[in-house]
Design a protein around this ligand. Structure first.
Ligand code: NAD
Ligand code: ZN
Length: 360
C-alpha cells in the first residue's frame, strides 16, 4: 500500500471580522512594487462598500469583478491568464479570490496557469501540474463546497467537467470570516449547504472510507443536521457553523472521494449548465437506492427549509444529449469506484444512468 501524502492549506485565520486583517496578511508576500496583487471578487459585491472598501489596494494592485452566474470554464481561465501576462511587466505577487466556489476555483486555476505553460484544459485530471502556483489566497463568502480546503479547481473544458487536481492547487492562505456570508440568499444558502451535506453522505458511505475521512465527515454531518434540521440557531451562529461544516466536509473528501450524486450532477452541469449546488440537490433526491438514509434526511431538510427544486429538466432531452451526460458521468471513475466498489462497471450501465437522468 502506498499512502498519499497530501498537501493542506498552509495558513488559516478564522473569525468574524478577520477579513480586516487581509492587508497585514498579504503585505509580506509582495515581491516588488511592479508585481501586483490581483483580487478576483464576485461581482455580486460590486458597489458594496462594506466589503470592497476593505480590499487593501496598493501600487498597481487590481480588482477584477467576476460573475458567478456560470461555473468556471477553461477558456475563461486562459483568457484571464493572458490578460494578466499582457497587462503587467512582472508576474503578480499573488491572487486573492473573494467569493464562492466559482471564484475560489478561478483563483486557484489562474494562480496555477501563471506558472504552467499551455492551456488549462491540458491540466484537467490528476497530478498533471508541474510547477508550483503563485501565492494564492481564498476568502469564501458562501459556505458548503469545501473549495477553500480542497486540492482541486473544478473547470468545464471542451471535453469534460473535471478538476485540476494537484499538490499545488490548495490555497497558501485562507481567511474564514463567517460575516462575509451574511448576504447569501436563502435558497442559495441551502443549495451550497447541501453540497457539504452530500459530500458527507458520499464520503461516509463510500468504499474509500477510513478513520481520517470519517472523523471529518461525521463532524460536518452533525453540523449540517444542526443547521438544516434542528434549525434553532441564531443567524450568526449558523454562519459560523456552516463555514466550519464546509471545511470539515472538504477535509473528509480529501482522503476519500465523492460519489454517485456528484458523478451524475457533473453531467447535468456539463450539458445544461446547471450549477453545482442545485444540480446536486436535483440528483440526490433520486438516489434512494444508493443512499437510503441520506436521501430520507435530505427530503426532511428540503421540506423544513421550504425549498422547491426544478422538475422534469431531462424529460425532453434527446438520446444524443442524454448520452453526452452519461459520458461525462462515467468518465469520473474514482467517484464510482468509491461509491460502488472496484466492480462498479457491472451495475452502473448506460441504461441505468439513462433511467436515472430521465427521472430528473
Ligand atoms: P457560487 O460561487 O457559484 O455562488 C453562488 C451564488 O451565490 C452566486 O450567484 C454568487 O454571486 C452568490 N454569492 C456568493 N457569496 C455571496 C454573498 N456573500 N452574498 C450574496 N450572494 C453571494 O457558489 P458555490 O456553490 O459556492 O460554488 C459552486 C462552484 O464550486 C461550482 O463551480 C463547483 O464546481 C465548485 N466546487 C468546487 C469544489 C472544489 O473542491 N474545488 C467543490 C465543490 C464545488
Ligand atoms: Zn460538491
Amino acid at each position: 500500500m502506498n499512502y498519499k501524502n497530501y498537501p493542506m492549506v498552509s495558513k488559516v485565520v478564522f473569525g468574524r471580522g478577520s477579513f480586516n486583517q487581509l492587508g497585514d496578511i498579504i503585505s509580506p508576500k509582495r515581491l516588488n512594487v511592479n508585481a501586483p496583487f490581483i483580487f478576483f471578487v464576485d461581482d455580486v459585491f460590486k458597489g458594496n462598500s462594506w466589503l470592497t472598501s476593505r480590499i487593501p489596494l496598493a501600487y498597481n494592485d487590481k480588482v477584477y469583478y467576476i460573475s458567478a452566474k456560470e461555473e468556471p470554464k477553461t477558456s475563461q481561465i486562459d483568457e484571464l491568464v493572458e490578460k494578466i501576462i499582457l497587462d503587467y511587466s512582472e508576474r503578480p505577487s499573488g491572487i486573492i479570490g473573494i467569493g464562492g466556489g466559482t471564484i475560489l476555483d478561478i483563483s486557484k486555476a489562474v494562480s496555477l496557469m501563471l506558472t504552467n505553460n499551455g492551456e488549462s484544459k491540458d491540466y484537467q485530471g490528476w497530478d498533471l501540474i508541474k510547477n508550483p502556483a503563485i501565492y494564492h489566497v481564498g476568502i469564501p463568502t458562501i459556505s458548503g463546497t469545501g473549495a477553500e480546503v480542497s486540492r482541486t479547481a473544478i473547470l468545464t473544458g471542451p471535453k469534460l467537467k473535471l478538476g485540476i487536481n494537484s499538490d499545488y492547487t490548495p490555497f497558501d492562505q485562507v481567511i474564514l470570516d463567517p460575516e462575509l456570508t451574511k448576504g447569501v440568499p436563502k435558497d442559495q444558502w441551502f443549495f451550497t449547504g447541501m453540497d457539504c451535506y452530500i459530500h458527507c453522505i458520499e464520503s461516509l458511505n463510500g468504499t474509500y472510507l477510513n478513520a481520517f475521512s470519517q472523523s471529518y465527515g461525521e463532524k460536518a454531518f452533525e453540523l449540517c443536521k444542526e443547521l438544516f434540521l434542528d434549525g434553532n440557531l441564531k443567524e450568526e451562529e449558523a454562519q459560523d457553523k456552516l463555514m466550519m461544516a464546509s471545511w470539515h466536509g472538504g477535509m473528509s473528501i480529501a482522503y476519500s472521494q465523492v460519489g454517485v450524486a456528484h458523478a451524475i450532477s457533473y453531467g447535468l452541469s456539463y450539458l445544461l449548465g446547471i450549477k453545482h449546488g442545485i444540480g446536486n440537490c436535483i440528483v440526490f433526491e433520486h438516489l434512494e437506492e444508493f443512499y437510503p438514509e441520506g436521501v430520507k434526511l435530505f427530503k426532511e431538510m428540503k421540506a423544513k427549509n421550504e425549498i422547491e427544486l426544478p422538475k422534469n429538466i431531462c424529460t425532453e432531452l434527446s438520446d444524443r444529449e442524454i448520452n453526452i451526460m452519461i459520458d461525462v458521468a462515467l468518465s469520473l471513475e474514482p467517484l464510482w469506484e468509491n461509491a460502488i466498489g472496484k466492480n462498479w462497471k457491472k451495475t452502473i450501465t448506460r441504461d441505468k444512468l439513462k433511467a436515472l437522468y430521465k427521472k430528473m
